[in-house]
Design a protein around this ligand. Structure first.
Ligand code: 4AD
Ligand code: MG
Length: 463
């Protein structure tokens, strides 16, 4: 009977003979027997296997290097050591492939920087298998949370013709010949000859399409998909390709939206702690000593809510004694150092900043009565800064049109989005959570390139 380690440890089939398959984590040999430590990726805990020297191919087995792949059939026994559990006495070891000295993961400690260069092999390390099991649990918990709150999962297009953020940071999608593109009589590139007969790009957000399903369609929807931004940000928190979760709900005010966001983040923490305690323990011990304590605290504390205007007052006050690299005054976009200061040092819990100046936010956010601020919210968390960006949407046709014109967007490009405000418009809100950022936050990893399988960032698309 072939079992995954996860099945083996759940079923606990003591005194039975089973087969396990996986990769050698370590092998200690003596004359009479060897201890092989095996893992197959299905759980954090390894299986210890005692390989007796009487085994037919013992010579070969006892020389196996880390990373070699094997299938072991043996008797499951209660372990002799201090920790209660099970181990295996091998009856037969079949070798699939033995690694040589060239295998790059022989050394005990390898730096995360080095592992990024061999991203195709890093899933074999405890660090990466832990991060990615947690990532999986967070994805599942996302679907669970929104389903339980009556949101339907919507798949929005990856190729799009509209700039959802109006920020112009899009990757072009084209089949035109770069060397000899079709030209108009004026000598400009003729996109009517392109694949879609117009300019198209990879999406920067699924929000606008999600709104069409929220308003009058399904009422509550969420997207969860890849998102692309060609911004030239080479930081530990930015990727050119990242995953975003975007709920959108009809009849939600900004307050409802903020509540949804904090419940969602708490749900993610709860599930990660429930389903991956060993992984979190390991990552915490290696990279972020206080992480588990912090998560427990966040799970049980209300998030702080503060307006942008009040946040700026706090920061101005603080800057009399604390040196920020960027000066703070009303109207600026908060920098990461400011965001982190608020969440990490001032409030010491995730902080929701609301009502930002309209000039630093996207065109679709609902204008407040002061005419200066919009119903925006950013959720800031310690260690990372911005985890979530969202808002109540402008549901008034005239006001939205005016914002678009002010921001030099062509209403013709957004005719269908504007139509939502003509036919059955209602107040509605939504937000976007950067999925890699929440994986960083919960695992305690400090570089976004270490929580996505194959990171894409400026000047890098290896693997
Ligand atoms: O604040 P952003 O740009 O908001 C939107 O895209 C809205 N359309 C969301 C909505 O209201 N439906 O992005 C949302 C989140 C950010 O808070 C951040 O966590 C993440 O997406 N994010 C990135 N993550 C990794 N790399 C990047 N380059 C990111 N840009 C944004
Ligand atoms: Mg934002």
């Amino acid at each position: 009977m072939y079992l995954l380690l996860k099945e083996l440890f759940t079923q606990n089939p003591v005194d039975q003979t089973v087969t396990v398959r996986g990769w050698v984590k370590s092998l200690r040999q003596s004359k009479k027997f060897s201890f092989m430590v095996l893992n197959d990726g299905s759980q954090f805990k390894d299986l210890q296997i005692i390989v007796d020297a009487t085994l037919e191919n013992y010579e070969e087995v006892s020389k196996l290097n880390i990373g070699s792949s094997v299938s072991v059939t043996g008797l499951v026994v209660a372990s002799q050591g201090k920790v209660q559990g099970i181990e295996m006495q091998a009856k037969a070891v079949e070798i699939y492939s033995a690694t040589t000295e060239e295998y790059p993961l022989q050394k005990k400690e390898t730096s995360l920087e080095y592992l990024r260069e061999i991203a195709h092999l890093r899933p074999r390390t405890n660090t990466f298998s832990s991060v990615f099991r947690i990532r999986h649990v967070l994805a599942q918990a996302t679907h669970e949370f929104f389903t339980d709150n009556h949101f339907a999962y919507l798949h929005t297009p990856i190729i799009t013709a509209s700039d959802a953020e109006g920020a112009g940071e899009m990757f072009r999608v084209s089949t035109l010949d770069l060397k000899k593109p079709a030209l108009t009589p004026k000598g400009e590139i003729d996109f009517s000859k392109d694949y879609f007969a117009r300019e198209t790009f990879l999406n920067v957000s699924g929000q606008l399409e999600a709104e069409t399903f929220a308003v009058g369609g399904l009422g509550r929807v969420y997207t969860f998909g890849p998102t692309f931004r060609s911004e030239n940000s080479n930081t530990a928190r930015h990727l050119s390709e990242f995953w975003m979760v975007e709920p959108e709900a009809a009849f939600f005010t900004l307050e409802d939206n903020a509540k949804l966001a904090s419940n969602y983040v708490k749900h993610l923490i709860t599930r990660a702690m429930e389903k991956c305690p060993e992984e979190l323990e390991f990552l915490s011990s290696r990279y972020a000593p206080d992480n588990l304590k912090t998560l427990e605290h966040v799970k049980n504390s209300p998030f702080q809510v503060v307006t942008y205007t009040d946040a700026v007052k706090i920061l101005e006050d603080v800057s009399k004694t604390h040196k920020f690299e960027y000066e703070v005054k009303w109207g600026i976009d908060l920098q990461t150092e400011h965001e982190r200061f608020l969440a990490e040092q001032y409030f010491k819990v995730p902080t929701i900043v609301t009502d930002y100046p309209k000039d630093i936010k996207a065109f679709y956010m609902k204008l407040n009565e002061d005419g200066k601020t919009v119903r925006a919210m950013d959720v800031l968390v310690p260690g990372i800064g911005e985890l979530i960006g969202g808002s109540q949407r402008e549901e008034n046709y005239e006001k939205l049109l005016k914002r678009m014109t002010e921001m030099k967007l062509d209403p013709k490009d957004y005719w269908w989005y504007l139509d939502l405000r003509r036919f059955g418009s209602v107040p509605h809100s939504g937000f976007g959570l950067g999925f890699e950022r929440v994986v960083m936050y919960i695992t305690g990893m400090t570089n976004i390139r270490d929580v996505i399988a194959f990171p894409r960032f400026p000047r890098n698309a290896e693997f």
